[in-house]
Design a protein around this ligand. Structure first.
Ligand SMILES: *Cc1c(COP(=O)(O)O)cnc(C)c1O
Length: 367
C-alpha cells in the first residue's frame, strides 16, 4: 500500500479472512456462523465486509433496518437479522426481505399486523429472550403469550430463538453466565415443544464463542472477533485487527517556552517544543478524551502524544524528539499498536473507538 497522503482507514481483507477462519475453527462442523456487521461493520464498511464474507458465513446481523437496506442494495442475498428494529420500518423491512428480532409484546403484535396486511405467510422472525442482560427480550413467562399469538396466525414463522450474554468476556462472572445459559435452555425447550418444529437457537457473541463452547447451540453471532479483537491477551494473539488508521503531517511548528497550543490554550509549553498538526479530529472519531497527553500517534515507530485539546478536524502532537517532516505518514492505530491500546488511554474499549471512525474518513482495502 502506498503511504497515506490524507487520513485513511485501511482494511486488511486477508486479516478478516484469517479471523473468520479462526473463529469458525472453534465451532463444531455444523454450527452456523452469523457475522455481525452493524454500525458500518464496526466502523469499517458493512457492504464491503459483507460482500467479502458472504460465501463464508450463513447469516448477517445489523442493528437497524436502514443498515439492512444498505446491505441488500450492495448485493447481499444471505439472510439478514435486524437486531433492534422499530415498528415504523416494518414495511420496508419486509420489502427488503430482512428478518426482525421480536423482543416484546408490542413489537410482536406490530409485526404480525404489518405482515398480515402485506399478505405474508411464514415470514421468518427471531424471538429474543432476556436471560439477564435486561436490555431487550421477552421473559421466560411470556412463552404462553407468544405461543397464543403464533397460533392465531400463519403470517410469521419462528426462524430462531435467541438470547444475549451480559458478561461473556468476564470469567469472574462465570456463574451468572452459566445461569443465563441454563435459563435459555429451559425457555428454548419450552418454545420448541410448543411450536412443534425446531427453530435455530443462538446465544454467543465473540467472547461467548471463545469462553462458552457449550453454549454455541445452532449458530453463533460474532462481531468484534471478525474485526480482530478477542477478550484476552492470548486470544488477541490469534486474531488480527483488520483496520489501520493513518494520516499525514500537515504542518510542523516550533514552539517557545510559555507559548500555548490549541483551543482554550489548554497546553502551555515549559520549554522548546516541536509539534505536528494532523488532519484528523473529533469529527473523524478521535474524541476529546484522547487530548491533553492521554492519546498518542506513531511517527516512524515513535510515540507522539496528543497535546492540547482535540479539535474538530485536527490534532497537534509532540514531535520534539522525532525526526520527521511535513508530508510524512502518521499511524493512529494498526495491527501491532492496536485500537485496543489507544482505546484504553481514552478510558474506553476497542468497540467504541473503531465504531466512532466517522464516514468522513475514506476506507481503502488491501488484500
Ligand atoms: C453486537 C451484538 C453481537 C456481537 O457481539 P461481539 O461482542 O461484537 O461479538 C452479538 N449479538 C448481539 C445481540 C449484539 O447486539
Amino acid at each position: 500500500m502506498a503511504k497515506a497522503q490524507e487520513t485513511l482507514l485501511e482494511i486488511d481483507l486477508k486479516a478478516l479472512r484469517h479471523n473468520v477462519e479462526h473463529l469458525k475453527s472453534k465451532l463444531k462442523k455444523d454450527t452456523k456462523f452469523l457475522a455481525v456487521v452493524k454500525a458500518f461493520a464496526y466502523g469499517s464498511d458493512a457492504p464491503a465486509i459483507a460482500n467479502y464474507l458472504q460465501n463464508n458465513v450463513d447469516y448477517f446481523a445489523v442493528a437497524y433496518v436502514n443498515e439492512g437496506i444498505a446491505l441488500r442494495k450492495s448485493g447481499i442475498t444471505k439472510p439478514i437479522l435486524v437486531l433492534h428494529p422499530q415498528a415504523v420500518n416494518f414495511e420496508t423491512l419486509i420489502s427488503n426481505n430482512l428478518e426482525p428480532s421480536l423482543y416484546n409484546t408490542k413489537i410482536l403484535n406490530a409485526f404480525i399486523k404489518v405482515a398480515s396486511k402485506e399478505n405474508q405467510k411464514d415470514y421468518p422472525v427471531h424471538i429474543k429472550f432476556n436471560t439477564g442482560l435486561n436490555r431487550l427480550g421477552f421473559w421466560e413467562n411470556d412463552v404462553d403469550y407468544i405461543m397464543s399469538k403464533l397460533r392465531q396466525t400463519n403470517t410469521i414463522k419462528v426462524a430462531s430463538v435467541f438470547s444475549h450474554l451480559a458478561a461473556s468476556e468476564d470469567l469472574d462472572e462465570n456463574e451468572f453466565t452459566l445461569n443465563q445459559i441454563e435459563s435459555f435452555k429451559t425457555t428454548s425447550k419450552r418454545m420448541i415443544n410448543a411450536l412443534g418444529y425446531n427453530p435455530m437457537l443462538h446465544m454467543c457473541n465473540t467472547s461467548g464463542i471463545l469462553n462458552y463452547p457449550e453454549a454455541h447451540f445452532d449458530m453463533v453471532r460474532s462481531g468484534i472477533g471478525l474485526y480482530g479483537f478477542g477478550n484476552s491477551e492470548k486470544e488477541n494473539r490469534d486474531l488480527k485487527p483488520i483496520a489501520t488508521l493513518k494520516t499525514v503531517i500537515s504542518q510542523i511548528h516550533l514552539i517557545e517556552k510559555d507559548e500555548t497550543v490549541g483551543y482554550n490554550r489548554a497546553f502551555k509549553s515549559d520549554g522548546f517544543l516541536k509539534t505536528a498538526t494532523l488532519p484528523i479530529g473529533h469529527a473523524d472519531g478521535i474524541g476529546r478524551q484522547y487530548g491533553n497527553g492521554k492519546g498518542y500517534v506513531m511517527i516512524h515507530g515513535n510515540l507522539a502524544p496528543i497535546i492540547g485539546n482535540v479539535c474538530m478536524d485536527m490534532i497537534m502532537v509532540n514531535i520534539t524528539n522525532i525526526e520527521c517532516k511535513e508530508g510524512d505518514e502518521v499511524i493512529i492505530f494498526d495491527q501491532s499498536t492496536t485500537a485496543e491500546h489507544l482505546a484504553e488511554k481514552g478510558n474506553t474499549i476497542s468497540y467504541e473507538l473503531i465504531t466512532a471512525i466517522s464516514q468522513r474518513v475514506q476506507r481503502v482495502y488491501v488484500s
